[in-house]
Design a protein. Sequence first.
Length: 99
Amino acid sequence: MSDTPRTDEAKWETAPAAIVVSIYFAQTLERENVVLRDELKDCSAAFDKQQEALDRNADQIASKQAQIDRLMMEYCPIEMSLEQIARWKKHQVVKEEGK
């Protein structure tokens, strides 16, 4: 290592190469960013589809559970748990006459 200080001219001799490398890396990162954004969109769409399927399944399960609770209340209320009875009561609605 030399003790002589670098001149301004020596600093600028290496600058163009550093700028080219920096531009190359910036372009590479931008391309990778575009790829990652596309992958994120695909993953997000797949997640949304799965969430919709889960929501449909949850609705179907709730409907079947309500049907089970109704049948149990009708045919074997003594065998119902307190949780089942509470859930059954929660879903009862008063029907107005004439409707």
